[in-house]
Design a protein around this ligand. Structure first.
Ligand code: 4NP
Length: 155
């Protein structure tokens, strides 16, 4: 069965769509067939495309994300996804509250998949300048490489 990964941040317009794009790119390059999606714990931006600055950094790195639309995480995600990956510790705390007791989804932080960064937050670039989005892209790309290895080994 295809493995599935859901990335979750606050608004689903900055960090998690970039994480989704980075892992999709990584899996495409290694012909690994994985279901990849993203969502937000909040509902302010539902149905909106990613932030322009997120679209720009993705495009600069050869990935198109303009078609993505924000959605809010919901309880069925805990049944539908094998891995649910929070971008920061607040997202993780919110996910733990939402998580049905029957869920067997593996919850982790994105930085748990980057050497030396376990337990840390991916900073929210929303309130800063465009350079913050370059940093986010680097961070989600580093995690995507390790996640691809994890998904390949548990295939
Ligand atoms: P994200 O960034 O969680 O990485 O998508 C944010 C986007 C929007 C808001 C906060 C963070 N907001 O407050 O609207």
């Amino acid at each position: 069965m295809r493995q599935s990964v859901l990335f979750v941040c606050l608004g689903n317009i900055c960090r998690s769509p970039l994480a989704e794009a980075a892992l999709r790119e990584e899996c495409k390059n290694s012909a690994l067939n994985v279901i990849i999606d993203s969502a937000g714990t909040g509902d302010w931006h539902v149905d909106q495309p990613p932030d322009q600055r997120a679209q720009a950094v993705a495009a600069k790195n050869g990935v198109e994300i303009a078609h993505l639309r924000a959605r809010q995480v919901n309880s069925s995600d805990f049944r539908d996804f094998d891995h649910i990956i929070a971008l920061d510790n607040q997202n993780m705390a919110d996910l733990k509250i939402l998580r049905p007791s029957s869920s067997s989804a593996q919850l982790s932080l994105l930085f748990d998949h980057v050497d030396g960064k376990a337990g840390q937050d991916v900073s929210d670039p929303y309130y800063g300048g465009p350079e913050g989005f370059d940093q986010t892209w680097e961070e989600v790309t580093a995690a995507a490489k390790n996640l691809r290895i994890l998904l390949t080994s548990s295939k």
